[in-house]
Design a protein around this ligand. Structure first.
Ligand code: GDP
Ligand code: MG
Length: 310
């Protein structure tokens, strides 16, 4: 099965990164217009830190500017910005953001969506379903957040609107059974992709993690050990460094294969993308840019970086 999403358009990021750009771009440009000295470098590091780039990246970039200044003292602001952008794109490209490709025999592709409540799992499941449908793929969604009746209704509403198949459980029933049924249904209906929405909060964290582990095993069983082909961890960009702490919890139990970073439109701290990838060593595969169904972009490092510093 070949999945070739259209590369996200620059304009989508342009709107979504308005807040992030207003924090970074103007200030960076004005810093570089002044004299490049110790004071300026401190301010630059502080700015990058405030924009959530994380301590390591903030220091790295500042060192880089210092070194460029030593070697090319007559660099213009534009040349500095270009160098920073190039470095950041290279950093992002270390972790390939494309989805795993699977053969026709391995079909359907099973994607498990995990994360804390409120981060945007259900919305992202619907948006992903839409992306796949637009790509000509037959999609089935599984409402496996049986912990909350409202979560099932929410996905059902999206499925009806998108005219895609849904398998759902009754509230409070075993979510793994829903996942199993969904995979069986997808096989018999010749679907290309199964997207499984999961719960984000149970009585205790241990309970949630055990349930997600079980869900993973169920996906394996239902797919002759193949699935889940992707485990996408949904993180909310507006929670900043907190998102990284959450991710570490989920990592132990679910071994995500990538991140869906939502609500980038709601934060001025666009640097979170870099600290997430660096800290977690996981690619950001999709970015949520708003509340509408087409507000989910396959991550495109070049478009992202150039919009951040435009
Ligand atoms: P879940 O509990 O993890 O399933 O989260 P939901 O999918 O129900 O989303 C929680 C809220 O976040 C909803 O109001 C969504 O519309 C909103 N949301 C999700 N993704 C985005 C995004 O990329 N941008 C914005 N602005 N809101 C989002
Ligand atoms: Mg939900």
């Amino acid at each position: 099965m070949v999945i070739k999403f259209l590369k996200s358009t620059y304009s989508k990021f342009t709107t979504a990164l308005r807040k992030a750009r207003s924090l970074l771009s103007e200030k960076i440009h004005s810093l570089f217009r002044g004299k490049i000295d110790g004071d300026m470098l401190d301010q630059l590091e502080q700015l990058l830190y405030e924009a959530d780039f994380g301590v390591k990246t903030a220091q790295e970039l500042t060192q880089m500017v210092k070194e460029i200044h030593r070697v090319h003292p007559s660099y213009t602001t534009e040349e500095y910005i270009k160098a920073l952008q190039k470095h950041l794109v290279e950093e992002l490209l270390r972790y390939p953001s494309a989805l795993k490709q699977i053969s026709d025999e391995q079909s359907p592709m099973i994607i498990l969506i995990v994360g804390v409540n409120g981060n945007g799992k259900t919305t992202s499941t619907a948006k992903l379903a839409h992306l796949f449908s637009q790509n000509g793929k037959k999609v089935l969604v599984a409402a496996a957040d049986t912990f909350r009746a409202a979560a099932i209704d929410q996905l059902e509403t999206w499925a009806a609107r998108l005219q895609i198949d849904i398998v759902k459980g009754k509230p409070k029933t075993d979510p793994s059974a829903v996942a199993f049924d969904a995979i069986q249904a997808a096989k018999s209906r010749n679907c290309d992709v199964v997207l499984i929405d999961t719960a984000g909060r149970l009585h205790t964290k241990t309970h949630l993690m055990q349930e997600l582990e079980k869900m993973k095993r169920t996906c394996q069983k239902a797919s002759s050990q193949e699935g889940p082909h992707e485990v996408l961890l949904v993180l909310d960009a507006t929670t900043g460094q907190n998102a990284i702490e959450q991710a570490k919890e989920f990592y132990k139990f679910t071994r995500p294969t990538g991140i869906i970073l939502t609500k980038i439109d709601g934060t001025a701290k666009g640097g979170i993308v870099f600290s997430i990838q660096k800290e977690l060593q996981l690619p950001v595969k999709f970015i949520g840019t708003g509340e509408q169904i087409d507000d989910l972009q396959p991550f495109n490092p070049e478009a992202f970086v150039s919009n951040l510093f435009e």
